[in-house]
Design a protein around this ligand. Structure first.
Ligand code: CA
Length: 363
């Protein structure tokens, strides 16, 4: 019997005992209470406000049936404890970047971004139509979770450095905040990557505990004031070419919902996936101009030699991932196939058109 039928019965008093045996304490009568933890500081523009907007949308789209109690980083659990909080069933959802969990399984990195990975449009195509969601489900299920796309920052900047980076040698000994497999690339090149939640990066950069950091892009990085400690701002980031954010859901909770309830959550998450990307694209340009004109930031492009070194190191990192487990290998191979197939079309559609448009117009 479906939960909805049980609830209908409960309302008339016919099967009250059956209703009382419903295991999930988060489901009471016809209201669904959802505790959502996030890896972002409260009201942090883009990532935090996007997660909060998603939480509010769940309430609105369900006419208030889904009551979401949103907890920013540190309000219920620390940012990086969000995974365990939801996998254990203490909370029902998290909003996070899946690559924070690469210590649990390196396959999670592919569902945020990997070095030399997919752009926003390519990622959406892989997840929705290239087998990505099925592999994500398979991986998440091993941990009692279900993941949904729920935001994207687009291509990220390469990061903030105190000195110019002219060759891979300049990365040796560099202590840099860079999470995910991108951090592993830095390690292969002799750097010391660290993973810090957003709320702790500035203090570590200013104090000199780290030499460099990446975060997101101009709009977010301006707010973080990294320019106070590091003037060189490099692009493009090889490590996060389209960082997808995720809504992670306790699988037992998810499986206990009706088809309609799951569809509402999917719709709210999919909307945020789109809206967040729009907001980043709309706001990064103005922020970049302010960083250059008002803060004296020196924008630099990684040269080909540095990029070639990133590419060689990335292949070594991927070899380590593939060796981890059959599922890691399966995810990696699906990603590589998507990058080739979807990328071949992107090359002669979006990329070719934009290159010509910008050339003709001098943009
Ligand atoms: Ca980042």
């Amino acid at each position: 019997m479906k939960r909805r039928d049980l609830l209908k019965g409960a309302a008339t008093g016919a099967v009250a005992t059956a209703a009382s045996t419903l295991a999930a304490p988060a489901i009471a009568q016809d209201r669904i209470e959802i505790n959502m933890v996030a890896t972002w500081p409260r009201d942090f523009p883009g990532l935090g406000t996007g997660a909060q907007r998603f939480a509010e949308r769940l309430g609105a789209i369900s006419d208030g049936r889904m009551q979401v109690n949103y907890f920013a980083a540190g309000e219920r659990v620390k940012a990086f404890d969000s995974f365990d909080e939801v996998a254990s069933g203490n909370a029902q959802m998290y909003h996070a970047a899946e690559y924070y969990w690469k210590g649990k399984h390196p396959g999670f990195a592919y569902f945020t971004a990997v070095p030399f990975g997919l752009t926003y449009t390519e990622m959406n195509a892989w997840i929705r139509f290239g087998g990505g969601q099925e592999l994500w489900d398979k991986l998440s299920a091993e941990f009692g979770l279900k993941g949904l796309m729920c935001g994207n920052t687009g291509v990220q900047m390469g990061g903030w450095f105190r000195k110019e980076i002219n060759s891979a040698d300049d990365l040796k000994g560099l202590k840099m905040r860079i999470p995910g497999l991108g951090g592993d690339v830095m390690a292969k090149l002799g750097g010391s990557p660290v993973s810090l939640p957003g709320g702790q990066i500035y203090e570590n950069l200013v104090s000199g505990s780290i030499d460099a950091t990446e975060w997101v892009g101009p709009w977010n990085d301006e707010i973080m004031k990294f320019y106070e400690a590091a003037k060189y701002y490099y692009f493009p980031g090889m490590h996060e070419p389209g960082a997808m954010l995720a809504c992670g859901i306790n699988k037992e909770f998810w499986d206990g919902l009706s088809d309609g309830e799951r569809a509402m959550i999917e719709a709210a998450a999919s909307t945020e996936n789109d809206v967040m990307m729009s907001e980043y694209n709309a706001k990064n340009g103005d922020a970049l101009a302010r960083l250059i004109n008002d803060q004296g930031v020196e924008v630099r492009e990684f040269n080909d030699d540095v990029y070639d070194s990133f590419g060689e190191a990335a292949e070594e990192v991927f070899a380590d991932v593939v060796a981890h487990s059959p599922l890691a290998k399966e995810i990696h191979e699906s990603f590589v196939a998507a990058r080739a197939n979807i990328g071949a079309w992107a090359k002669l559609s979006d990329q070719a058109y934009v290159a010509q448009r910008n050339r003709v117009l001098g943009l």
